[in-house]
Design a protein around this ligand. Sequence first.
Ligand code: GDG
Length: 736
Amino acid sequence: MPKLHIVANRLPYSISKQDNEYQLIESVGGLATGMKSVYTEYGGKWIGWSGLNSDDLNPKEAAEIDALLEEKGCATVPLSENDILEYYEGFSNKTIWPLFHYFTQYVDYSPENWETYKRVNQRFADRVLDVCEEGDTVWVHDYQLLLVPEMIKSKKPGVTVGFFLHIPFPSYEVFRILPWRMELLSGMLGADLLGFHIYDYERHFISSVRRLHGYEINFNQIHAEERIIKVDAYPMGIDYDKFSKASTAVMQKTIHERSDLHKELEKYFMVSPDRRLILSIDRLDYSKGIPQRLKAFGKFLEKYPDFRGKVTMIMLAVPSRGHVEEYQLLKKEVDELVGKINGEFGSVNYAPVWYFYRALPFENLVELYNTCDVALITPLRDGMNLVAKEYVASRNTQTGVIVLSEMAGVSKEMGEAITINPINEDEIAEALNTALTMPVEEQKERMKYLQNRIQRYSIFKWAGDFVQDLDKVKLLQKEYLAKKITSSVYNEIEAKYKKAKNRAIFLDYDGTLTPFHKNPLEASPNEELFDILKKLIADEKNTVTIISGRDRYTLEKWFADVPINLICEHGVWLRKLGEDWQTLTSVNNDWMPMIRPILERFVDRTPGSFIEEKNYSLVWHYRKAEPDQSLIRANELKDELLGMVGNLNLEIMEGSKVIEVKNGGINKGIAALQFIKNKKYDFLTALGDDWTDEFMFKELPKEAISIKVGLKRTAAAYKLESVDAVRDFLKKLGDN
Ligand code: GDG
C-alpha cells in the first residue's frame, strides 16, 4: 500500500541522556501532534534531524540514537556543527526567516550559507528517496527545506509531493531581493500541492511564479512544463480538545494538587481580588513585536492611570535562536524595557510586568491561558500564531478577550478579536482599555463564535484536508495524462499516418511550432523548424498548412522559401500553394478608426503593451507588460469593447496575452473546414495551443487527430506538453 511520509527539519522527538542511556522525549508542538496522526495512520516515516550535533556523537552513539528513533518510525538526517551553523542558523534563520517576515535589514546574503543549505537539503531529499517508493506520498514542511520537493520529484517523479510553508510568503517585491530566488522557487515547484496558512501568502507566491517563471496560471493551478501544480490556503489548527480538557482538569484540581505557579496566582487574587492579567506568550523573536508591545503597555498605563496597580502583564518569552546576533540584541532590549516599565509604574506591592525568560511546562501554559483576562498578541509578522488559538480553546468559561495584530495570519479567522496595527502603540493602548472594560456578555458572545470556528478546523482537520487534496491533485494530473501522447498512443497515430493517402496537417505557429517571445517580431522560424516542415512537405501525400493569427506579410516573409499553405489572421486570408492571397469571407475594416483610439488609450496606461495592426483586425499585446496590472487592464478593455462590438459585427478574441478585435464570423475552425471542403483527406491533424485553436478542434470532423499544446482544458483529443514535444512529434512523422 502506498505510504505517506513526513519531512521536517526536526523530528517529533528530542533526545536526552540519563544514567548514560539515551531517551526520547515526545515533542508537544502543534506540528508534531497533527503529523503524528497522519504518518502513523499511513504507515510512513518521519524524516528529520534529531536536534543533536553529529560531531559530538561517536558512531556507536549515533547508531544507538538512530535505532531508538527507528522504532518510532523516524529516519534521521545528521547535522554537523558546521551544518547547524550555516544551514540552520545561517541560511534558514538569518536569510529566509528575516526576508519572509519583511525584516530585510537583517538578511544575511552569505554564499557559503547558501551552498550548505543546498547540500543539507540534498541530504534530506536523499534520505527521503531511501525510504520512499514510487507511488508513495511525501509531505515536506517549512522554510528550512524549500529545495527538497524538486530534489525528490526529479529523481522519483511517481512520488506525490506536498509542501506546506509555516511562515509568510512575502510579496514579490521583497522575494525578488534574494539572489537565489529562482532556485528557491523552482525547488518549491517540485511539489504537486503547495499549502500556505492564508490566501495572501498564496497570492504572493503565485505572483512570484508568474513573474519569475512565466507559467500560465489558472486560478490556483500552475501550468508548469509537464505538470499541473495546485496552490491553496489551509489555516493550520490546533488540537482543540487537548487544550479544552487540560483547562478543565487544571481548574478541577484541589489546592494541594495545583502547580506552584497556579498556587502563586491564586494567592495573588486572594490579596487583590480586582487584579486583572494580560498575557503575552511568544518565542523571543523580533517578528513577534515584543518591544513594541511593552512600549504600548507603558503607554496604556500612562493614559489610563486608574489601571496602575490593578493590571499586570505576564510576559513569557521562550528563548530562541540565542546564537544569532539579532536575537541577543532583542533580549537586551526586552530586558531593559521590562526594567523601565517596572521602574516607572511599579511599587512595593505592584510589578506591572511579570517577565519569564524560559519555557514553561504545558500545564503551566494552560493555567496562564485560563487565568488571564486578555491575550495580547501583537506580532509584526506571523505566519499563523497558534497561541491565539490555544487561548481560545482554553477559555472554558467563554470569557476573555484577544487583542490581535492584523499582521498575524490568524487574524483572518478571528474577526471577533480586537484587531490592531502592531506598530501603533496608541491603538494598542486603546484596545487594552476596550478589552479590560468589555462587558462579560459581549466577551462571551465573541468567544462563542471564535471557539466554534477554532474547534471545527482543528489540526486533524487541517492535516486531513491537505492529504485529501494531494489525492485530488493526482486525479487532476491523471486527467491530463489521459490525453498525453505516450509512445503507444504515438504508435497508433503513426500507423494511421502510414496507411493514409491524403493527409491534411494544420499547424498553429506561436506557442505551437515556436515558443513565445516577448517581442512577437522576433519569433521567426529557425533552421530546425524549417527542416521539420520541409521533410513533411516533401511527402506528396501531405498538405501542410500554417494556420495562425498573424498577419499575412510576416508569414509570407518568413516562409518565402517553403512551399506551404498559409492561413492568416485567424482565417481571413488564405494563400494556397502556387496561388495568390484570397480572403475566405467578405470582410471590411471601416470599424478600425473607432476602435483604434480605445486600444491606444490602454497602451498609454499600460507600460510595455502595444498595438499590432493587421489587415482585418487590431490586436492589443500585453506579454511585455506588468502581469497583474495588465490582467486588470485586459478585463477593463474587454468590458469597454463589449459595449461596442455587437453593433459593428465584430468579435473579441482573447489569446495568450493578447486581445484581438476582428470581423465577426471568422475563426480558424471555419477556415480549416473551408480549406478541406473540396478534397477527401483520410488523415487530418490540427495542432494549436490557445483558445483560438479550440475552434479548429471543435469544427474538424471527429476522426481528426486534434492536439492541444500545453496543459489547459481542451476539446482536443490529445495533448503535447511543449513546443519541443511538438517538434519531436512532427519530426518522427516526417521521418516515415
Ligand atoms: C511558526 C510560525 C505558525 C510557547 N511557549 C511555550 C510553549 N509555546 C508553544 C505554544 C505554541 C507554539 O509554542 C508557538 O507557536 P506559534 O504559532 O505561536 O509561533 P512559532 O513558534 O513562531 O511557529 C507561526 C506556526 O509555525 C505553525 O505553523 O503559527 O506563525 O512562526 O503552540 O503553545 N509551549 C510550552 N511552553 C512554553 O513556554 N509547553
